[in-house]
Design a protein around this ligand. Structure first.
Ligand code: KG4
Ligand code: ZN
Length: 335
């Protein structure tokens, strides 16, 4: 008998719901993006995100059930992101999931958003099972971790300051590309020269798997300031390409070093920055060179979605993990 989990995700600026069978098969995956709303402001406005979630969430859930060809009667459990993320945004999903679970007498499972990102891989690689090494690169986090078992992680390293996605977003703003930063920097970088400028590849002394991206970001900002004061014109595309190359170099170097020293022959990529074509290509060739198999979900499963939350929720459900009615949003939830 199969288990259907309804996943709900509202941690940032996507309102999403999905129905997933046995943690692996997507029956529906509905994502209502708020990008056009936040673009006007150059970034996510938390209050607007919450307000749009509350307006859209019922329609998104209804759509996810109808796309899957099921009703709430067919659902076995409700899984919801309860952190990390924006508190007001998270509360909308959590309250909705609780109401549904309570009203229908369904089990409720709370999901860590970062774990969800990793579980996106289970949807595209049916045979993939932990333990494995993963590189999680999102707007708020950059982690190198071992997924030891379903629902259980050992952190090897993380960023000391900005997340990789955050650096993309800040540099996008500085070079006048606006929000959302990552895809816009990537598009500009395709027309630029990655060797036009050299930005530092930050290291954290004595912590080989930690990251620091604020130095790269500051170097770009300083470079732009100098150029503007001296009246020098810079090509936006060259700055984008050189910045992207610096971030990609750091991510590839650290992930491959971890795989080699931990004798891991698999590397699992996750999070919004995993959409980046330059990162995917560079990791692919480095992994091929070192005999490491690279797993990376299709781009729509890398950015925020509820199918990954339903998948993570399913594996917790199997282990008997249940949230009670006191489930709350935890904005700073750790992996
Ligand atoms: O995982 P995600 O959708 O949300 C969080 O959990 O944070 O990641 C969003 C981040 C943003 O910082 C965005 O700029 C970045 O992922 N991103 C990209 C690309 N697409 C999204 N960064 C680089 N290249 C991309 N193509
Ligand atoms: Zn995310």
């Amino acid at each position: 008998m199969s288990t259907l989990v309804l996943g709900i995700e509202s941690s940032c600026d996507e309102t999403a719901a999905a129905v997933v069978r046995d943690g692996r098969d997507i029956l529906s995956n509905v994502i209502s993006s708020q990008v056009p709303i936040h673009t006007i402001y150059g970034g996510v406005v938390p209050e607007l995100a919450s307000r749009n979630h509350i307006m859209n969430i019922n329609g998104v859930i209804r759509q996810s059930l109808s796309d899957a060809g099921v009703t709430l009667d067919d659902i076995d459990a409700v899984a919801v992101t309860f952190g990390p993320g924006l508190v007001g945004a998270l509360l909308v999903g959590v309250a909705e999931a609780k109401a549904l679970a309570y009203g229908r007498g369904l089990p409720l499972v709370g999901v860590n958003h970062m774990e969800g990102h990793v579980c996106a891989n289970f949807l595209d690689y049916k045979e993939l099972e932990p333990p494995f090494l993963c590189l999680i690169v999102s707007g708020g986090h950059t982690h190198l971790a071992m997924m030891e078992d379903y629902g259980s992680f050992r952190i090897l390293g993380q960023t000391r300051d900005d997340a990789a996605g955050e650096a993309f977003d800040k540099v996008a703003r500085a070079i006048g590309l606006g929000y959302p930063g990552g895809p816009k920097v990537e598009a500009a970088a395709k027309r630029g020269d990655p060797e036009a400028y050299h930005f530092p590849r930050g290291k954290v002394t004595d912590h080989p798997y930690d990251f620091t991206f604020s130095g790269i970001k500051s170097a770009v900002l300083n470079f732009l300031n100098h150029a503007s004061m001296s009246g020098e014109t810079v090509r936006q595309e060259d700055v984008a390409a050189s910045f992207q190359q610096a971030v990609v170099d750091v991510l590839v170097e650290r992930a491959v070093a971890a795989a080699l020293s931990l004798k891991q022959d698999r590397l699992v990529l996750a999070g919004g920055v995993a959409c980046n074509g330059a990162l995917r290509a560079a990791l692919e060739s480095a992994c091929e060179r070192e005999g490491i198999r690279l797993y990376r979900p299709r781009p729509i499963l890398c950015t925020d979605n509820a199918a990954m939350i339903a998948s993570a929720g399913y594996f917790h459900f199997l282990k008997g993990d249940r949230a009670d009615w006191s489930l709350n949003a935890v904005p700073g939830l750790e992996l």
